[in-house]
Design a protein around this ligand. Sequence first.
Ligand code: 2X7
Ligand code: FE2
Length: 291
Amino acid sequence: MKGKIVAGCLAPHPPHLVYAENPEQNEPHAECGWESLRWAYERLRKSLSEIEYDVLVVHSPHWRTQAGTHFLGVEKFKSISVDPIFPHLFRFHYDLTVDVDLSKAIHDQAQKRGLATEMMNNPDFRIDYGTIVSCHMTNPAWDKPIVAISSTGGARYFNMEVQQALSFELGQATREAIEASGKRAVLLSSNSLSHRHFVKEPDLPEDMSHEHINNHNQYLWDMKVIDMMRKGQTKEFAKIMSDFTEQATAETDAGSLSWLLSALDFPEYESKFHGYGTVIGTGNAVMEWRP
Ligand code: 2X7
Ligand code: FE2
């Protein structure tokens, strides 16, 4: 049977969302917070519960391998992941399973397409919080294996056009490998949209009277690109991705969203919009495409 991408999701990873959910794996505890985004994830989970899938494939800005794309190559990882900026919010004890066969298959296909690639075979490797937050918010039961893919630093080292070209290749390689695997995969683009943070936090981090977008320019950009994604104008979005990334200081510089759109073959159909919210001033949307 031919494998398939059964859903592709924009699945942002502010650690605040896991903090406010109070799962048993996370050490700090919150009173509330960021409900618009947490309820958006609730709608995503409900939507995904209508379909069957075998594996989550996630591309994360916070597993940064400067010059090549790396893939998890060990079946089990168990440790604690701590957010370097928000260690008081995110100290998460993870115990996760990797689909190493699919991971290796995407790696091999990416290599065939000329990308610099590597399998991460160190069993003590610390999984980044971006991967963990997106996977936890999508599937808090952790009952599916994951494939985690690193992001490269091409946007800074070269420019966003180079980063996009590499991400498009990686997206196609991902789709081809999934189709050949016979598996049903859900893809997660683990990133915020506009990404300028406030640099001061309220005494109570979940005090929502302090939470709003960092600046109006960012809000305008976020609304523009969400509108394009909702309407299926993803080819047009890809053309202005560099401008968006630069002018909204967007986290799309990691290539996660370009990877996802390419893997989905640039959808022209409407996406499901589950919600938008800010986290310490950054803009975040939860969205879903069903190819
Ligand atoms: O990594 C992040 C992020 N992308 C957005 C907001 C807050 C914290 O961490
Ligand atoms: Fe981030």
